[in-house]
Design a protein around this ligand. Structure first.
Ligand SMILES: Cc1ncc(COP(=O)(O)O)c(C=O)c1O
Length: 363
């Protein structure tokens, strides 16, 4: 039985300290998490307009994006996605012609670039765009927007840091909340989670114990994070240190190289790639596939020591009676699966995962 292949984040250190190449130093606000950054943005935009605040989100959306707007008491509307996770452009054009939105959120799903320029061109004056790059990571070729809209990164999804989010935009927004006990507890559980997942990846002894630790610590940290969404905090000192000692270029390069490897070597006919032509231009959070039955596929992979990712829990907020309008987005939620990408994988690890996937026989 091979060891354990998972997308979990773990510590990885590099000296001297550095900051990611491609991440702008000007016009950037650092937060503890993406959701707190979004809450702060929602409050900031509301304070500059007389409106209540109306946002247009993709129908398939994580709680981390939905909750900040709901807590800031914005009116939330949704747009549909096609089966490649791109906006359904005709529908969205109509929506934007019919009503005014203060903000439109474009998620670069899986870390693949979506057409922000096209979205920007559809927006009337007074409407702004947020590009959500939470599924990717800054890299030397990354270019921040030049036309006044905002960009969000959430490095806690990619690297071994306890906290951190970067909001880049026309205005600096300062987190207002001082740190409290809840914040330290959050950092404590995040640190334990990272210690456990690093031990698992390095194949240190005490596997079962480490598994329990990571599962429990992650759940506790998440509860504290959720509870702090509407009290935006700054990036912590420990988070800053961990980010500054991350091998940024290696993280980005490895992720792009692994996506390229999957793309070239997977020959499995029962699955469709959910990647576009430009999938090698930005680091991906995982290699996205369209699978008939992701549960079955996931169980098969787990039997071979491989764990992937699905974005299903807390990723759907549309009321049942409206769901049929967004069927293609729902299909995406129900059929996607991400193969793990992780900067510690070796060439042999990747070859093993590809071999297992290529041998999948379906249900
Ligand atoms: C696409 C996307 N954007 C933003 C967020 C929120 O980021 P954070 O987890 O840092 O609060 C998430 C979290 O699930 C996400 O998946």
């Amino acid at each position: 039985m091979p060891h354990h292949y998972s997308p979990s984040r773990s510590f990885s250190f590099r000296w001297p300290a550095s900051w990611p190449n491609g991440l702008p130093t000007l016009g950037r606000s650092d937060f503890r998490s993406g959701r707190e950054a979004l809450y702060a943005l929602a409050q900031h935009l509301k304070s500059t307009s007389l409106d209540q605040g109306k946002v247009l989100l993709p129908a398939w959306v994580p709680e981390g994006v939905q909750l900040p707007f709901s807590l800031a008491q914005w009116e939330i509307h949704y747009y549909n996605l096609d089966q490649n996770a791109d906006p359904k452009w005709k529908e969205i054009t109509q929506q934007l012609n019919n009503q005014h939105f203060d903000l439109v959120v474009l998620i670069h799903f899986f870390g693949q670039e979506r057409n922000a320029k096209r979205m920007q061109n559809l927006l009337p004056a007074g409407s702004s765009l947020l590009e959500d790059w939470a599924h990717s990571y800054p890299h030397p070729q990354f270019r921040p927007p030049i036309n006044g809209h905002s960009v969000l990164f959430s490095p806690t999804k990619i690297i071994g840091t306890t906290d951190g989010a970067w909001l880049i935009g026309p205005t600096i927004i300062k987190p207002t909340q001082k740190v409290d006990r809840q914040h330290y507890l959050f950092l404590f559980w995040q640190l334990l989670y990272l210690i456990g997942s690093t031990a698992l990846q390095l194949n240190l002894p005490g596997r079962q114990w480490c598994k329990k630790l990571t599962g429990g610590a992650y759940a506790r940290a998440y509860q504290y994070l959720l509870a702090g969404t509407n009290t935006p905090k700054a990036l912590s000192k420990i988070g800053r240190w961990l980010i500054r000692h991350t091998p940024h270029n290696k993280v980005a390069e490895e992720r792009m190289a692994q996506a390229a490897y999957y793309y070239e070597h997977l020959t499995q006919e029962k699955i469709r790639f959910l990647v576009k032509d430009n999938h090698l231009l930005h680091p991906l959070i995982g290699f996205p596939l369209w699978v008939d039955n992701p549960r079955h596929f996931s169980a098969y992979l787990q039997a071979h020591g491989i764990r992937g990712q699905t974005f299903t829990d807390r990723w759907w907020f549309i009321k049942e009676h409206n769901s049929s309008q967004y069927q293609s987005s729902k299909d995406l939620l129900e059929h996607h699966f991400l193969l793990p990408i992780q900067h510690r994988f070796t060439a042999q690890d990747l070859a093993y995962i590809v071999e297992v996937v290529n041998q999948y026989e379906g249900e």
